[in-house]
Write a protein of this length. Structure first.
Length: 131
């Protein structure tokens, strides 16, 4: 499939986040996990969102709530602003991003500094600070 990836990388879904969402590959860096989670929000892939959340935070998530959030919001674009660590050889990392969202017909800019850790070799989202 050659549709553009929802994370707005300008690559195709198959060459970008597709393999991660389909479980064929693990994102090597925190940024790649971040991008794939944005795509999962865009496509309403709640299982992927739960699976890529750090174990300590997963219990606090509500599947229904996540699903209705995904439905209510349109993920327009993603811009990675800064990263700290989060590379192939790291155990933790930080990604700062701007996500353009549309909610109830209104465009908003979600600014977040997200923290990621590696659990059993796989990057997971811990939490984020928004402003
Ligand atoms: Zn992508």
């Amino acid at each position: 499939m050659s549709r553009p990836c929802p994370c707005t990388s300008k690559r195709t879904f198959d060459q970008c986040c597709g393999p991660y969402l389909e479980g064929r590959r693990l994102p090597e860096t925190a940024v790649l996990l971040m991008r794939s989670r944005f795509t999962a929000y865009a496509l309403g892939r709640v299982d992927y969102l739960l699976q890529t959340t750090a174990a300590e935070k997963r219990a606090g998530l509500d599947r229904e709530e996540l699903a209705s959030y995904c439905k209510a919001v349109r993920c327009v674009g993603l811009k990675i602003v800064a990263t700290e660590a989060g590379g192939a050889g790291d155990e933790a990392g930080v990604v700062k991003f701007h996500a353009s969202l549309q909610h109830n017909g209104k465009r908003t800019l979600h600014v977040e500094r997200s923290t990621f850790v590696r659990e059993e070799g796989a990057w997971r989202y811990v939490d984020g600070e928004t402003n």
